[in-house]
Design a protein around this ligand. Structure first.
Ligand code: APR
Length: 259
């Protein structure tokens, strides 16, 4: 592990990207805080204000009261409307433009990697995406804005307009299985890469947090860019404590200079 100053670490990480042939970038909520979206476990994060146990799929299905509370938090609070990619997202999109990115595996549901310009077939959203709301009975899908308007007009628990079934944001709740085709693809890319770059994740939620382990098992090098510790810090080839937007824009600038 390279244990020297920030600039040297960023330069070393850029060298690893230049030498890599199969780069996977893995992101968490920490890459989106600079876009105004709170993370979960950092200072002031969502789970410091709400109880994650309230966000299980079991509770969501069991009571209308729970659904009312969750709709209010998830969509009523405008959590994901009018948010834009920041320098961290744009730096990763530039790696794709340079032909240096195999894929992005993200735990985020904010659609910001796609908004930053990354091809949708190169973004694997392990926990779904807040852009859509789905009926659990008939499968009908609604754009989240359509449901947000209903909430703003006083509907507390929106129902399916086709069959009056329970609607749920197209994201993975605790206790719910991850979309199998996405998990399989993310696992395959992680097992096949030669460089695995983590940006803004505490790496504590499974099975998402198994991805860096798969990469290390495959002999890949591991770079972690994060504010705060992760369980993988001792296995990182380069550990960079810093803000994602600042670090990633400097790193990609070094890659551009080294081309
Ligand atoms: N730059 C770098 N790191 C940051 C920044 C930033 N600007 N802002 C926050 N961080 C760090 C935090 O300190 C924290 O260590 O990013 C990490 C985010 O960790 P979490 O909040 O746990 O988010 P994440 O790892 O994505 O959580 C995984 O948990 O609750 C579930 O489904 C939810 O997808 C989420 C999953």
């Amino acid at each position: 592990m390279i244990n020297n100053n920030l600039g040297a670490k960023i330069a070393a990480a850029a060298e690893m990207i230049l030498a890599s042939r199969r780069l996977v970038v893995f992101t968490g909520a920490g890459i989106s805080t600079e876009s105004g979206i709170p993370d979960f476990r950092g200072p002031g994060g969502i789970w410091t204000k709400f109880d994650p146990d309230d966000f299980t799929i079991q509770k969501f299905l069991k009571s209308e009261e729970t659904r009312k509370k969750q709709w209010k938090i998830l969509i009523g609070g405008d959590l994901f409307s009018n948010v834009n990619p920041n320098r961290g997202h744009l730096a990763i999109a530039e790696l794709e433009e340079m032909g240096r990115l195999d894929c992005v595996i993200t735990q985020n549901i904010d659609n910001l990697h796609q908004k930053a310009g990354i091809s949708t077939d190169r973004v694997f959203e392990l926990h779904g995406n807040m852009q859509w709301v789905r009926c659990l009975s008939c499968g009908e899908r609604y754009p989240v804005e359509h449901i947000r308007e209903k909430l703003k007009n006083g509907v507390e628990v929106p129902e399916c307009e086709i069959c009056q079934g329970i609607l749920k944001p197209d994201v993975v709740f605790f206790g719910e299985a991850l979309p199998p085709e996405v998990l399989d693809a993310a696992t395959a890319y992680s097992r096949h890469c030669d460089l695995f770059l983590v940006v803004g994740s505490s790496l504590v939620v499974h099975p998402a947090a198994l991805m860096p382990a798969y990469a290390k098992e495959a002999g890949a090098r591991l770079i972690i860019v994060n504010i705060g510790e992760t369980p993988y810090d001792s296995r990182a080839d380069i550990l960079i404590e810093g803000k994602a937007g600042d670090v990633m824009s400097k790193m990609v600038q070094k890659v551009r200079e080294g081309q």
